[in-house]
Design a protein around this ligand. Structure first.
Ligand code: TPP
Ligand code: MG
Length: 510
């Protein structure tokens, strides 16, 4: 048990009375002298304050409101912020969920560890977090994280390659056919944007970009679950489909890829961090934001993502370690697209898979078919619900594939086996989702052609706006780092200015 100055103590005693006490923790010395739970109770009683609340024991199915209404009268005496631990007698606990709800209602504290007091010796048996809200039913909790074992490479799948639901019981009821259609349209928009940007970059009209092609089901499937203006998306650089879904205007993305930092300025109410190029560093940003949300006692969550290659970075573990230590509401995601530029997954890690990397830092984890919009949605939904309830972070590996080049300066044909690519095309998430919608008579080729036309017109108009409004000056590279440019930066700016005035402003690319 942690030694802290004060604790709140719950006793579910044999006389079927729940007693909640605020008092000082025993010292190690005192603990050693305690040989039975009875003695421990007496000992605690001696050192505890006199603030005792009586209520019926929570044993059999209990009506939560009844108990809470009795406790509410006494609430003010136990709302001090110094509470750190709750001790309960093991034998009486029959329903951990109900118990947690009650403790939460009474204490209103964000971080409380629970230690079970055994029959004979006082020893910590189990630690868990306090449930913060009851929007998940007991049977829904850990449907995926508990049932799918990443050490056996088990993978969550709901939709097959032919667009048929193979696991109806796992389908989230919130993901209605209308929502699937909505998701498909964004996936298709992102794909069309990638294709268009590819042409513009080849024509020298756009500096550089990285596509989401092949990873749309993953990105739309997780981003569509953000509460706009409340939750956060902390992405990397290959997140076009997620950005569009989270409310970033397409013209912003295009402006950024045309070399203008102002593309990173998000509209009011869109909680999305700027494009993040140094790989895996976004995990730390996400962990910190999630810590802040917990500190502020909101119910907001943070979604963050990196690539398979990014999971080899030290910061990947540092950020997750911090997040788990503080049980912050963060969902960590790895988009395993099998390649880190030209480095294949097998040359990057000997780990069995990417989800299992969560074990090192004690984070629950699961592998999902990332080209299956239903599976992605279902698992992310669970991870978000757990995070909102105060049950800390999760790690999700999306098994997907990068169907495009790494970036617009890359040619995968020189390193990617053609057979592997052809096989990956059969798992294209757009085709699978489209087949599902067609099987439900919600989609057909005429609708597809109409949508493609509309989207292409929209994309062209957005890019036209970018071309007309992309005013960048050399000084923009220097002037936003500090409120006032320090002398060293000023010197560098002058040097660059002289260089470009002499040699001209050649446009480069990545
Ligand atoms: C800290 C850091 N090291 C190296 C790079 C160069 N770099 C850019 S992308 C990339 C590969 C990342 O692969 P992965 O994490 O699998 O993401 P993907 O591009 O496949 O989405 C590398 C090494 C970088 N941007 N940041
Ligand atoms: Mg990768």
């Amino acid at each position: 048990m942690k030694s802290s100055n004060f604790c709140l103590t719950n006793f579910y005693t044999k006389d079927k009375t729940l007693r909640i006490k605020k008092g000082r923790n025993k010292t190690n010395n005192q603990k050693n002298k305690t040989s039975s739970s009875k003695a421990a109770v007496q000992n605690q009683e001696l050192i505890a304050s006199q603030n005792v609340i009586k209520a019926p024991v929570i044993k059999e199915p209990v009506i939560k409101e009844e108990i809470i209404s009795q406790l509410i009268i006494e609430k003010p005496i136990i709302t001090k912020p110094i509470i750190e631990e709750v001790i309960v007698e093991e034998s009486i606990i029959t329903d951990p969920i109900i118990e947690e709800v009650i403790i939460e209602e009474v204490i209103k504290e964000p971080i409380i560890t629970k230690t079970i007091l055994g029959e004979e010796d006082e020893k910590p048996i189990k630690k868990t977090n306090i449930k913060k809200e009851t929007n998940l039913k007991k049977e829904q909790i850990m449907k995926f994280f508990e049932k799918y074992d990443s050490s056996k490479n088990q993978r969550v799948e709901i939709l097959d390659l032919e667009g048929k639901i193979i696991n109806e019981s796992l389908r989230p009821k919130e993901l209605t056919d209308e929502k699937v259609l909505e998701a498909y349209k964004i996936m298709n928009l992102s794909r069309n944007q990638d294709n268009y940007q590819n042409k513009m970059q080849r024509l020298g009209k756009m500096l550089s970009f990285l596509s989401s092609t092949g990873q749309e089901a993953t990105e739309v499937g997780y981003a569509m679950q953000l509460n706009k203006g409340q939750d956060w998306f902390v992405g990397a650089y290959r997140n076009n489909a997620a950005w569009l879904t989270s409310g970033i205007p397409m013209r912003n993305i295009m402006l950024y890829w045309s070399g203008n930092e102002l593309g990173n300025v998000t509209p009011e109410g869109v909680n999305v961090l700027p494009v993040n190029i140094p790989i895996a560093t976004q995990y730390s940003h996400a962990s910190g934001i999630a810590f802040a949300e917990k500190y502020k006692k909101t119910k907001n969550v943070v979604l963050t993502t990196t690539g398979d290659g990014g999971s080899s970075e030290g910061e990947f573990y540092e950020a997750m370690n911090f997040a788990k230590l503080h049980e912050v509401p963060c969902v960590f995601m790895v988009e395993n697209n099998k390649w880190a530029i030209s480095t294949p997954r097998v040359k990057a890690t000997k780990a069995l898979n990417f989800a299992i990397k969560g074990v090192a830092v004690g984070i629950r984890n699961v592998i999902v078919d990332g080209n299956d919009i239903f599976a992605v949605y279902a698992v992310v939904q669970e991870a978000i619900a757990l995070a909102r309830e105060g049950k800390g972070p999760s790690l999700i590996e999306f098994d997907t594939y990068r169907l495009g080049a790494h970036s617009s300066s890359d040619d995968p044909k020189v390193y990617r086996p053609e057979a592997e690519f052809q096989e990956a095309l059969t798992r294209d998430p757009l085709i699978r989702t489209k087949k599902y919608l067609m099987s439900k008579n919600l989609w057909d080729e005429d609708k597809q052609a109409k949508l493609d036309n509309e989207q292409e017109e929209f994309i062209k108009a957005e890019f036209k706006w970018v071309v007309e409004n992309n005013k960048v000056d050399l000084i923009d590279i220097f002037q936003y780092n500090y409120e006032k440019m320090p002398p060293l930066l000023e010197e560098q700016y002058q040097e660059a200015k002289e260089h470009f005035e002499k040699h001209g402003y050649e446009r480069g690319g990545h």
